[in-house]
Design a protein around this ligand. Structure first.
Ligand code: BGC
Length: 719
């Protein structure tokens, strides 16, 4: 009998149920008065709390050790707690938000940032991170877009794998890697109307084809845990969904790691109208192979009764406890209850030069140049620069930033000042409708005055950290009226106006895009955001990132995504309204900025794509190539994207889908051929009979600079 089995044998049923319960760290060291409150809310007493298995949320290594000591002193079986946290895009040093990292189209970079975040987090007492979040997002109104890597299934799969590899294997030093947890299973990102926690209703085909693959990719990459989601999926809460948890995740995909609920989501099945009370929910929950209940008391409160009345048997509890203890053993907690916590090392790693340097590089590689009418890069010999905007002097680290602090992050003002010196800067706060120091009109006037006396104006606008992230959905994702007025007033007096956006989602810029010559997004770039912005603005570095989400003209276009289906009445061209075609009277169908779009400081010419053959025989391959030439004046990197369309299929396939991308760096005048190998599995899809494969017929191949443009070459798959 191995160690874990021996432990299980010595545990009482109540201890097993406690092991399956996760609470906030503070609960463990709570006073008797606090426990009384908990007892009222959760039905918990000291004895249950003393046996819980895992905690989330605590402040640092010191507190982690204090919680563990209290726990070990009180716990009957002396099983150490496991400490979990949302280490999403950094720990104390904060990297760009996942949406920004998605824009990098650079899996090595994502691995690196994840590994460094794990280094800092493990030193501060964390063993498990609730990452990666791989929910496919097609609706920019949803606040949690910032946590995802975008609207494309293929890109999300690559990024899921990269995050798992980085967090769980990225550091060679023992103890410096984190166990990972993919979330939120399943299809949480498809919340109706982009409103957080809202209903999801979709066909099995859509679920399997577009939403499930990234969770599956995480399982295949060796993720340790899976977190279920808050939403209803086709009328059943995902938290107690036997089909997704037992049939798909456990049986089909063979996942034998830990399944954890999201925060309080068992109890929320009552509000959903799926269970009548927590006991009913506990019955339903035990029918799924879920192992840990996060922050609600269904298992612990009702499990014993369900066991005594024969509704469940003890082997059901043993299976879950076994998975939890296996994880504790894997990360070394059964041998050392403090894990790899090391206060001195944490102090050394936090914001270290090495971590800051990667952070700056990551922020550069995540920023997207949306529009540039010849103004950027600015010369460092420029006279005065006006740095304007409510976000000009604040660091922008974004939601889910653990111990990160905005006041430790470099602002754009500081970044520009480091290049030009402060005496060449003028500053004005500007307006966004939120700042209440003076009226918007006065602040806009002050900003325009500052801009008119300068040689260029840099306007730092967009969302605050609290305008995206969990619970922060928006109906209107455009800039505020005050921001629009500010942009107009400043660019009216300064032709070198650069709008630097901070945002945790795609923004709708249709009403303002013509009002300034430059728009770039930094997303929420993290600790070194301002330095990275300066690197880009002065052309010390070039832009390399591309949009991982489509930017609409108007909020009401949401949901908007490039890999849509064709209607029976497709719009011929996106230039005007066509009667009895699928289109709007007042706006284009398509995006203002396409998925995959991103400019840089040079220009590339793409040839038409060429195929090695017009026929692919089953089991064979075809080579698709494109000539790319740098026709601009400086070296730059192009990101040719391979898209494929299956022209006739049942069910129908999208107008195109990303199947590959590549990066080439070319000097002015230089040209090269970029080739992609197309294999039959790249043409496969889920068929109505449940099988997965490619069907015979015609396919279109694009190698383009984004998900909307370019022309295609054709081939036929013959079986
Ligand atoms: C979020 C999860 C997160 C959990 C723990 C929930 O509210 O939905 O993404 O991992 O809290 O912090």
């Amino acid at each position: 009998m191995n160690n874990v089995e021996k432990i299980i044998e010595g545990m009482t049923p109540l201890q097993k149920l406690s092991e399956m319960t996760q609470l906030n760290g503070a609960f463990v060291s709570a006073s008797d008065a606090e426990i009384t409150g908990l007892a009222a809310d959760f039905g918990l007493n000291r004895e249950n709390i003393a046996s819980i298995g895992t905690v989330l949320n605590f402040t640092d290594a010191k507190e982690m050790k204090r919680i563990q000591d209290t726990h070990l002193a009180e716990s009957p079986n002396k099983l150490p707690l496991l400490f979990m946290m949302d280490v999403i895009h950094g720990y104390r040093t904060i990297y760009p938000i996942p949406l920004g990292l998605g824009a990098s189209f650079d899996t090595e970079l994502v691995k690196k940032c994840s590994a460094l975040a794990a280094r800092e987090a493990t030193a501060d007492g964390v063993q498990v991170t609730f990452t990666p979040m791989v929910d496919l997002v097609r609706d920019a109104r949803w606040g949690r877009c910032m946590e995802s890597t975008g609207e494309d299934t293929y890109l999300n799969c690559l990024m899921a794998r990269a995050q798992i590899e980085g967090f769980s294997k990225g550091n060679p030093e023992p103890g410096r890697n984190l166990a990972t947890c993919v979330k939120h299973y399943a299809a949480y990102g498809a919340a109706e109307a982009g409103r957080d926690y809202n209903t999801v209703d979709m066909s099995e085909h859509t679920l399997r084809e577009y939403y499930l693959p990234a969770y599956r990719a995480a399982v295949d990459a060796g993720v340790d845990m899976v977190m279920t989601s808050f939403n209803l999926l086709n009328g059943v809460p995902a938290a107690v969904n036997k089909w997704t948890i037992n049939d798909i995740l456990r049986k089909e995909w063979g996942f034998d790691g830990v399944v954890i609920t999201d925060y309080n989501s068992f109890r929320e099945t009552v509000a959903h109208g799926y269970s009548k009370d927590t006991e009913h929910c506990a019955r339903l929950a035990f029918e799924t192979e879920t192992d840990i209940e996060m922050m609600s008391p269904c298992f612990i409160k009702h499990g014993k009764k369900l066991l005594d009345t024969g509704v469940i048997d003890e082997e059901r509890l043993n299976r879950s406890v076994r998975r939890i203890l296996d994880l504790k053993e894997k990360v070394g907690m059964l041998d050392n209850p403090y894990g790899a916590a090391d206060e001195a090392l944490a102090a050394e790693l936090f914001l270290s030069d090495e971590h800051r340097a990667v952070c700056r590089d990551a922020a550069v590689r995540s920023a997207v140049l949306l529009k540039n009418d010849g103004v950027l890069p600015l010369s460092e010999d420029i006279g005065k620069v006006a740095v304007i905007g409510p976000h000009a002097k604040s660091g922008m680290i974004g939601f889910w930033s653990c111990r990160g602090r905005a006041d430790e992050a470099v602002s754009v003002y500081d970044g520009i000042s480091a290049v030009l010196g402060e005496d060449r800067l003028v500053y004005a706060k500007g307006a966004n409708g939120e700042v209440r120091e003076k009226s918007d009109a006065v602040m806009i006037k002050e900003a325009a005055d500052a801009a008119s006396a300068a040689d260029a104006a840099i306007l730092c606008l967009g969302e605050t950290a609290k305008m995206s992230g969990e619970g922060n959905s928006r109906v209107d994702i455009s800039l505020t009226d005050a921001e629009v007025e500010l942009i107009r007033a400043v660019s009216a007096v300064n032709k070198n106006t650069v709008v630097v956006l901070f945002n945790g989602r795609a923004l709708a810029l249709g009403n303002v895009i013509d009002d300034a010559p430059v728009f770039m997004t930094m997303w929420q770039p993290g600790t070194e955001g301002g330095s990275a912005a300066a690197d880009l603005i002065f052309g010390r570095r070039d832009f390399t990132a591309r949009l991982p989400v489509s930017f609409p003209y108007h909020s009401a276009q949401c949901p908007l995504y490039y890999n849509r289906m064709s209607t029976g009445r497709p719009k011929p061209k996106d230039d005007k309204h066509y009667m009895y075609k699928s289109n709007y009277i007042d706006y284009p169908n398509g995006p203002l900025f396409a998925f995959g779009h991103g400019l840089c400081y040079t220009e590339f010419e793409f040839s038409e794509p060429v195929l090695s053959s017009s026929v692919m025989h089953t089991g064979g391959t075809i080579e698709a190539s494109v000539r790319i030439k740098n026709v601009g004046k400086r070296e730059g990197s192009a990101l040719p994207q391979l898209y494929i369309r299956d022209v006739v299929a049942c069910p129908v396939r999208p107008v195109r889908e990303l199947r590959g991308f590549s990066r080439v760096t070319l000097k002015p005048g230089e040209e090269t051929t970029v080739s992609f190998e197309i294999t039959e599995d790249m043409l496969a899809f889920h068929r109505p009979d449940g099988s997965f494969g490619a069907d015979e017929g015609e396919f279109h191949v694009y190698i383009s600079r984004d998900g909307e443009s370019g022309s295609y070459a054709e081939f036929e798959l013959v079986k």
